[in-house]
Design a protein around this ligand. Structure first.
Ligand code: IYR
Length: 225
């Protein structure tokens, strides 16, 4: 059965405003940074829920919306997540599980096995990819382009948080299968990215990174004259 169709009316922006809107969107997104130091100032649950709703507007393969967001705010669960993540990361950094090239690439970022932000941030959002779904009759529902779909949803999530003045970190403790057990998710789901969410600490510092200029990331085909 095809979906019924409805007229689509995109945002109405005048030609004269379009370039300034484009530039301000870029400037705003260019000011986003991944944050590892969070304030413990509370963030209303409703704000994070709106960011999750925003993420869940993402396009997805065959519109299957193959994602689950788990919102964690209680200190006990956050502590359990921190302890389990640090156990894995300690093995990475100090047990020799990170290959030398990876350690070298992380060195400028100054990351280590300790993850205090997992307790300091008021919220943790763990995004799970649904490898497949279950229909009401219990049969298996195929999902398509799951990583692409969930990746786009995560991008929209961090965009939404940034626009609200909130900060996050795209954290992937490795391996992170422990999150499925700890958060009691079914075997059909796999943890994808963990996001601590909160206000950046007032003394928060971030690495002074430089982003690649357009010319390094864009290839125009055919080459312009
Ligand atoms: N997951 C580890 C290592 C790590 C990996 C990458 I790629 C980073 O950009 C940062 C860290 C950790 O969280 O420390």
């Amino acid at each position: 059965m095809p979906f019924p169709t409805v007229p689509y009316i995109p945002l109405q922006i005048s030609e004269t405003e379009r370039t300034s809107v484009a530039e301000s969107v870029f400037t705003e997104m260019d000011s986003r940074r991944s944050v590892r130091q969070f304030s413990s100032v509370p963030v209303p649950r409703s704000l994070v829920e709106i960011a999750i709703q925003c993420a869940s507007t993402a396009p997805s393969g065959a519109h299957k919306q193959p994602w689950t967001f788990v919102l964690v705010g209680d200190p006990d669960t956050k502590r359990k997540i921190r302890v389990a993540a640090e156990t894995e990361e300690r093995e990475n950094y100090e047990g020799g599980r990170l290959p030398p090239h990876w350690r070298e690439d992380l060195e400028p970022l100054g990351t280590d096995w300790e993850k205090p932000f997992l307790e300091h941030a008021p919220w943790i959002v763990v995004v799970f990819e649904q490898r497949y779904g279950t229909r009401v009759d219990g049969t298996r529902q195929h999902h398509y382009y799951v990583k692409e779909s969930v990746g786009i949803a995560c991008g929209m999530f961090i965009t939404s948080l940034h626009r609200m003045g909130l900060s996050t970190l795209t954290h992937t403790p490795s391996p992170m299968a422990f999150l499925r057990d700890l958060l009691e998710r079914p075997a059909t789901e796999r943890p994808f990215i963990l996001f601590p969410v909160g206000y950046a600490a007032s003394d928060c510092e971030v690495p002074d990174l430089v982003r690649k200029p357009l010319g390094d990331v864009l290839v125009t085909y055919p080459a312009p004259d």
